[in-house]
Design a protein around this ligand. Structure first.
Ligand SMILES: Cc1cc2nc3c(=O)[nH]c(=O)nc-3n(C[C@H](O)[C@H](O)[C@H](O)COP(=O)(O)OP(=O)(O)OC[C@H]3O[C@@H](n4cnc5c(N)ncnc54)[C@H](O)[C@@H]3O)c2cc1C
Length: 507
């Protein structure tokens, strides 16, 4: 739809009919210093991410600096060509796919600009794993740790509000974001932090202030949420305009630089792996384990385990990590937790040295890669309901509901996730070549989302909305809050050129 509208505009503007992508690529070559990729191989490479969608862009550009980004955005705005930022393309819902121009930050804009005791300033294209290694040399860390850390970028993590295995103890990307430099849809540069912000952010404050109460009451009370725009964090005790870019999927501005808070690496860490007979036994134990304040509490069900390391007869594993600076206190906590769970599970593994812990975590980290391998032809593990969050005390009911749904519909499935946060990753295996099964998937999604929303949870904790979930956002927040999302979008991107079709329906 969009590309046809753009096509008409461009052909009209230029008055000749070269294939659209050639025109765009040629124009970009004239205005930007970075590489412009308009050949069919490159366009094919940028047409996919880690989702099941495929959309071929008109051209891609690897900006060398923020001036290149400004030029590209100005061009997008003048010629009405959509523009979409891209990190590593590990988004799971089609977030970085677009028919317009792709801005690939991984090639040049991937540097650390400044590391201080309690913060780091980076360009968006830096890979999280690369940053982790630099921070470790200084005994620091940035806690959000997606399983994709070895590839994904900080720009993508901000835009998706990514989390990971240790976010239970420390918080999600949005909690560590302290400031951003951005380029707006018309190519104008901007900046935002709690202390300093530009005129557009001032307008954002004026737009949202009258709705402060509705915003405060309109969001789920769970520990992680990537659905819609996070206006609740923007309008927290203090006005935090930079937080509007977290979870915004590049629809409000392109981040060219970000400041993130750092923590000291704890002196002592230890982990135990608990084996339960089945998934319901494991998730039922979560509230009891949380009383001991673990920094990570993760689950791998047999549906995922059977494709990785098997767990000697147990049906479901929980990985529980404790951390802090006093080794005795930490070990005491682990011991007390073990005692509380006596008779309900067996302790399969324990480790407190770095190497063994890393080995244990690798088993959990590989879960989604193992799941992806289950694809056979058009029968795929489909990710629409893969990221729901409920309060941990409701986890057992939620899991029961999911299992019943799969059983009733005779669907194979996988289940794992960040259960300490009430965040279950689950995918049914669905034949996308069958209209009947696609329709079934939609019906299941509607019913699961309705149940999660009714229980005060969110339909996505860390993976975001992308193309797959944009149509469910109103169901999640209702009309008032989604009208505010549209108003924010219109304020910052009135022509809907920034990553259109994500977060707010195209108008
Ligand atoms: C195997 C696997 C495991 C995963 N595990 C986890 C996990 O444990 N936890 C988790 O939270 N997620 C996980 N993910 C999802 C994904 O890795 C994260 O969402 C990740 O942060 C995306 O980063 P990226 O660099 O790949 O971004 P991309 O996918 O390239 O882009 C994501 C979004 O960010 C926007 N964006 C990128 N750069 C900018 C910028 N400079 N300015 C504005 N917007 C920008 C894009 O437009 C897009 O909307 C996993 C994915 C895979 C494939």
């Amino acid at each position: 739809m969009l590309i046809h509208a753009c096509g008409k505009n461009l052909l009209y503007a230029y008055g000749y009919s070269l294939p659209l992508h050639h025109v765009i690529a040629d124009d970009l070559l004239r205005i930007a210093k970075g590489e412009v990729l308009g050949d069919s191989w490159s366009r094919q490479a940028y047409s996919v991410d880690a989702s099941h969608y495929e959309i071929q862009p008109a051209a891609a550009i690897c900006p060398v600096d923020s001036h290149d980004v400004e030029q590209a955005c100005k061009y997008s705005s003048e010629k009405k060509v959509p523009i979409t930022a891209r990190g590593a393309g590990t988004g799971l819902l089609g977030q970085s796919l677009s028919e317009g121009i792709i801005l690939d930050f991984t090639k040049h804009m991937n540097r650390i600009i400044e590391i201080e005791d309690d913060y780091v300033v980076v360009q968006p294209g830096i890979v999280k794993g690369v940053l982790d290694r630099e921070l470790k040399k200084r005994n620091k860390f940035l806690p959000p740790d997606p399983a994709s850390s070895n590839y994904c970028t900080i720009g993508g993590m901000i835009a998706d509000n990514s989390s990971g295995m240790h976010c239970l103890g420390y918080g999600n990307t949005i909690d560590f974001l302290e400031g951003v430099d951005v380029v707006y849809a018309d190519g104008e540069p901007g900046f935002a932090s709690a202390d300093r912000f530009d005129g557009r952010m001032e307008k954002l404050g004026k737009l949202l202030s009258p709705h402060a109460d509705a915003i405060k009451n309109g969001y789920p009370k769970v520990s992680k949420n990537s659905c819609g725009y996070r206006l609740d964090t923007v309008m927290s005790d203090r006005f935090m305009p930079h937080k509007v870019f977290a979870a915004s999927e590049g629809t409000l501005g392109i981040v060219t630089c970000a400041k993130l808070r750092l923590l000291d690496i704890p002196e002592y860490r230890c982990i135990m792996v608990l084996g339960f007979v089945d998934l319901l036994g494991a998730v039922s134990a979560v509230p009891a384990i949380l009383k001991f304040s673990p920094v990570a509490l993760e689950m791998l069900d047999h549906t995922v385990l059977s494709f990785g390391s098997r767990a000697g007869g147990t049906g479901c594993l929980l990985f529980v990590e404790f951390a802090g600076d006093d080794s005795k206190k930490i070990e005491d906590r682990l011991q007390a937790c073990k005692e509380e769970l006596a008779g309900k599970c067996s302790v399969l593994e324990y480790a407190s040295d770095e190497q063994s812990m890393a080995k244990i975590w690798r088993a959990r980290k590989g879960a989604l890669n193992n799941v992806m391998k289950l694809t056979v032809g058009s029968r795929k593990p489909i990710g629409l309901i893969e990221d729901t969050v409920v309060r941990p005390e409701l986890l057992a009911d939620h899991a029961t509901n999911l299992l019943q749904t799969y059983r009733q519909n005779k669907l194979d499935y996988v289940m794992y996730g960040h259960v300490g946060d009430g965040n279950i990753h689950t995918r049914p295996l669905v034949d996308m070549g069958s209209d009947k099964e696609v329709d079934l998937m939609r019906r299941i999604a509607k019913s699961v989302f309705e149940q999660v929303i009714r229980s005060g949870g969110t339909i996505t904790g860390e993976h975001g909305d992308g193309l797959a979930r944009v149509s469910y956002i109103e169901m999640m927040y209702g009309r008032h809050i989604t009208d505010l999302f549209s108003a924010v979008k219109k304020l910052l991107d009135p022509a809907f050129m920034m990553n259109p079709g994500k977060k707010v329906p195209v108008q």
